[in-house]
Write a protein that binds this ligand. Structure first.
Ligand code: ACO
Length: 324
């Protein structure tokens, strides 16, 4: 028997305010048709004034705990993947920990932009498999609406806010490809591509928050090239093939990237969880949001083999293969 990190609860939170594509036409030279056809996005949620990343993460975490039949007392630690924490410090994760009423355990943030949840899953798995934690809350939460340049039509139409949370639990499994839980991960980053996707402000460089800058076409090119490759690597490591995959749970940045990646993997779109039309790109929150929606609407079922993949600023990219 070997120890695996097995998903036992999932939940998400989306802010109440829904913004349709048409809203942007009141102040930008854009159209619903352009946004829809180039990105697949139809609407997104924006956090209310004063609604923070940690507040959304707490709501998602409470729902995940509820779905697992657990309470915060059962959790050893909280990892929050985010690039938009409430404050420079303390971490959003410690604020989530306090928000959940936890006085025990540890909490920290992890930043790998849109690939953050993949990196957080891999980190959580390492803690669980090494015996340092029994149950962890792994959360992706973002308020990207706070780092938009509202005059830049090439970026501000693409992003949204939200949070998703997963409870991972240590369980002994036979050590086979049919095990439940995380079976393999694959992580990469390459800092030479910083200029393709970054925020032009920060504590040590500018003492400001900054706004998102992106060379969309170049990021697109890297995404199409790298996502199928990392997914295949993780599937190989897990000892499974693309045919065994019940669902791809991709980072929800652009429907064209999602479609091309599925094509390259030889997997039909009927086996891909797609939420980009309703959420836009919520960066580190997008995969746990898609997982939670997929479970809630009955697409993802216990025993399904999933592959999650993402790429974002850094560049940083990677994938996780897990059995639900
Ligand atoms: N409305 C109308 N026209 C627009 C808009 C808009 N909102 N935005 C751009 N355009 C125009 C451009 O100015 C350009 O006009 P031009 O030809 O006169 O110069 C034209 O539309 C085409 O622009 P492109 O940038 O070539 O459009 P493209 O088809 O590449 O789509 C997009 C742009 C959607 C950004 C796409 O490149 C993309 O999704 N890239 C990847 C983004 C991504 O995956 N990010 C992932 C990680 S995000 C993170 O880590 C935070």
């Amino acid at each position: 028997m070997i120890r695996r990190a097995v998903p036992v609860g999932i939940g998400h939170y989306l802010p109440e305010r829904v913004v349709e594509n048409d809203w942007f036409t009141s102040f930008l030279d854009t159209s619903d048709e352009w946004i829809r056809s180039r990105s697949g996005i139809e609407r997104r949620h924006f956090a209310a004034e004063g609604e923070t990343t940690s507040a959304m993460a707490v709501r998602a975490a409470q729902r995940a705990l509820e779905s697992a039949g657990l309470t915060a007392a059962d959790i050893d630690g909280v990892i929050v993947a985010t690039s938009t924490p409430d404050f420079t410090f303390p971490s959003a994760a410690t604020m989530v920990q306090a928000g959940l009423g936890m006085k025990h355990g540890f909490a920290f943030d992890l930043q790998a932009v849109c690939a953050g949840f993949i990196f957080a899953l891999s980190t959580a798995e390492a803690y669980i498999v090494s015996g340092q934690a029994k149950r962890l809350l792994v959360i992706g939460a973002e308020t990207f609406s706070r780092i938009m340049d509202w005059e830049d039509r090439t970026t501000c139409v693409l992003f949204g806010d939200g949070a998703g949370a997963l409870v991972l639990e240590a369980q002994d499994q036979p050590g086979e490809a049919t095990d439940r839980g995380i079976l393999a991960t694959d992580l990469h980053s390459d800092g030479r591509f910083r200029e393709l996707l970054y925020v032009d402000g920060g504590v040590s460089a500018t003492q400001s928050t900054g706004v998102l800058r992106m060379e969309g076409k170049e990021v697109f090119r890297h995404a199409v090239e790298k996502l199928a490759e990392t997914a295949h690597t993780a599937l190989d490591r897990a000892g499974v093939s693309a045919e065994d995959v019940a669902w791809i749970v991709p980072h929800q940045a652009n429907l064209r990237i999602i479609t091309r990646t599925a094509q390259k993997m030889g997997i039909g779109m009927d086996r891909v969880i797609v939420t980009v039309q309703d959420h836009g790109n919520t960066s580190a929150a997008s995969i746990p949001l898609a997982l939670s929606v997929g479970v809630a609407n009955g697409q993802i079922r216990r025993g399904d083999l999933l592959v999650a993949e993402a790429i974002g600023g850094g560049l940083a990219w990677g994938s996780v293969v897990l059995r639900w």
